[in-house]
Design a protein. Structure first.
Length: 179
């Protein structure tokens, strides 16, 4: 199954107009919940920018158990990074692909036993347009940022079924949809 996961503002942005997303930092309750969601993921698909953000987990040795746990989950997974500019990966279990190939992703979905997660709205947009995304997992943060990078690409259309929801004490909400 290919899952698009995102943490977004209530108005649908994953970054504000300045490229910041510090407003989306999950508190311990949300982070522990995300860790549970990530257990099924064996492969991450990233664009270069999302990979450069996430690669910090390769060396995290935080004292907080929920952060250490996420780092271990991330390091154990395979990573495929789509980039024309990266020369080599900065993490283990990572390979670079120059172009996003929907056929190769379809084949990967058939071959692997674990879930695949696509990270970042631009790459996810390509997967959505190719009809590859099976599930959408969104954590909405109770903040309006007014503009920035959208969670979904313009022109994306899909009829979805709500299959789960969860409220957090801090006001965030997790929504899980299947296509």
């Amino acid at each position: 199954m290919l899952i698009y996961s995102a943490i977004a503002s209530l108005d649908g942005f994953v970054e504000d107009e300045t490229g910041k997303f510090d407003w989306a930092a999950p508190d311990p309750e949300v982070h522990a919940f995300v860790n549970e969601l990530e257990r099924s993921v064996g492969t991450y698909l990233y664009g270069r920018r999302m990979y450069e953000t996430m690669v910090a987990w390769e060396t995290v040795a935080d004292e907080e158990p929920f952060l250490r746990e996420y780092a271990e989950l991330w390091r154990a997974a395979e990573k495929i990074v789509y980039s024309r500019s990266l020369e080599s990966p900065a993490s283990a279990r990572t390979r670079i692909e120059r172009d996003f190939d929907p056929g190769a992703v379809r084949q990967l979905k058939e071959e692997v036993q674990s879930d695949i997660s696509v990270g970042g709205p631009e790459l996810a947009g390509q997967a959505i347009q190719a009809g590859l995304v099976d599930e959408y997992q969104v954590i909405l943060v109770p903040v309006l940022v007014g503009g920035g990078k959208r969670m979904f690409p313009d022109g994306a259309r899909a009829d979805l079924e709500l299959v789960d929801e969860h409220r957090f004490a801090g006001g965030a909400v997790h929504l899980r949809y299947r296509s």
